[in-house]
Ligand binder design. Sequence first.
Ligand code: ZN
Length: 365
Amino acid sequence: MEQRALARRATAIERGDPEALAYVRERSGPGLTVGITGPPGAGKSSLVDAMARLLRSAGKTVAVIAVDPTSRTTGGAILGDRIRMRQHHADPGIFIRSMATRGSSGGLAQATANVARLFRAEGFDYILIETVGVGQDEVAIARLADVTVVVLVPGMGDDVQAIKAGIMEIADVFAINKADHPGADQTERDIQTMLSLGHGRATPIVKTVATEQIGIGELLAAIEASPRRAETVDASFEIDHLGIAVRSLDQALAFYEAQLGMTVQSREVVAAEKVNVAMLPAADSRIELLEPTDTDSTIARFIEHRGEGLHHIALRVPDLQALVTCLKAGGARILGEPRSGAGGHLYVFVHPASTGGVLLELIQK
Ligand code: ZN
């Protein structure tokens, strides 16, 4: 697609235009989406430039999405991009897009994911998503990428520890940029120490000097070697169960068991929720009948206000924490933080105000 037409389509996607969104939903491509995030001043823009330059010299096409959630009011290009635009100006194999405003289709993370999908559909080999800071939006955006690079710089000292755990966890590759500055080895040791305390996954650490084009080949090799994350976090939803509030389990089972012929697999007393639960499997999901054990329980209050009926829908999701980060960035009302249930699974509720009127439970086994 011609550059100007591509820019127009990206704008339509940002605005949540249904036709443009349908266009990207129906298409995909093999391109690799790489998130580049890290604190301000780490030289992310220079690093993205250096990566783009090396990829272009290897004959790969590159789309760059520069995301700045803080400059919502400008709605235009980020200054650095104008400079870069000039640099790559004559090259049709590179396309640079700034995203500084929220699309109406949802949060910035979702809009960014859709624009990235457009570039993949247009056949770009690499889509580099560069974020400006380390806020919630940036973490959500980085999580949408196939591979996420966290960029740090020497001399951060205790700041490595101070960077939110969230951003350290999402790193598939660490880049220590400005590695010609004193303290690069210390920063590497700090990262290694932190990694040894955490998940134990081997995360490569690459030293770069973006302005000198040093270490960029190693960085790209580490990115290529990283296992790709699923294309989007919404890849596989399944209905885990439907929760139905009833006054009396015995009365309800007289229908579900005796008449309908379903089987109670197990009964449970959930003391914390003041509820008796009967579980009736249905293929890979189940119906949960919920009977209050106390008049001041959530279920009792629900029945009092709305009568017996569907209380909540529970969806199984592959990565609850990632999804919750995205939902929050998009402005959804999440009730509390994800917590562990009896079976060791993680769960959280989304307020009916965000879901079309039904309490939604999200579960990760
Ligand atoms: Zn439930």
